[in-house]
Design a protein around this ligand. Sequence first.
Ligand code: NUP
Length: 211
Amino acid sequence: MSRLILALDVYERERALEIAECTADYLWAIKVNWPLIIGSGLKIITELKQVTGLPIIADLKLADIPNTNRLIAKKVFEAGADYVIAHGFVGRDSVKAVMELGKTIIVVEMSHPGAKEFIQPVTDKLIEMANELGPFGVIAPATRPERVSYIRSKLKPGIKVITPGVGAQGGTASEVLKAGADYIIVGRAIYQSENPRESARRIFEEVEAWS
Ligand code: NUP
């Protein structure tokens, strides 16, 4: 099974479906974020599932009070999302509201440089929360493989480590897999390339070499 997740951050429905179809052979799952949901509507989740048969991760980074997190997550799971990404820093009650509805991925450290300002100082607490709640997985930064190793070492076995930041943000698949990532997320390096299928295939091969 592939360990590659496509971050499908385009606006247009047709383009999204086209890229999803031509890369599906090399993917474990497709991640849908706000740009695609704003551009094409929530029904794109249902369509992507029908067209590819792959699991869909809704990367909403939910960060609201429990009731609002619940209201949003309910509709997104109903649309067919298999996983929802939620922020942990808002507190256990908000995360639990999402976990009660379906499989959840908690952000414990983001991949951009600004993550060092506020998220990284509380990563240990977010790992503790993940260990206590037992979500499907956590988000850790492919841009900082040493942090992925650290997070993996502190996390209970069985909780998956899912890492964005490979490609456009500077991370490499082999480095982050070596550091202990279970899945890598790749967006622009695939959907902005001239041949998305070929780019997905190349990254898939790199992942396979480490599996
Ligand atoms: O820490 C995070 N970093 C990150 O890039 C958490 C994320 N969910 N993401 C998302 O992963 C980001 O919003 C985008 O959808 C994808 C990375 O895309 P790219 O940098 O490979 O184009």
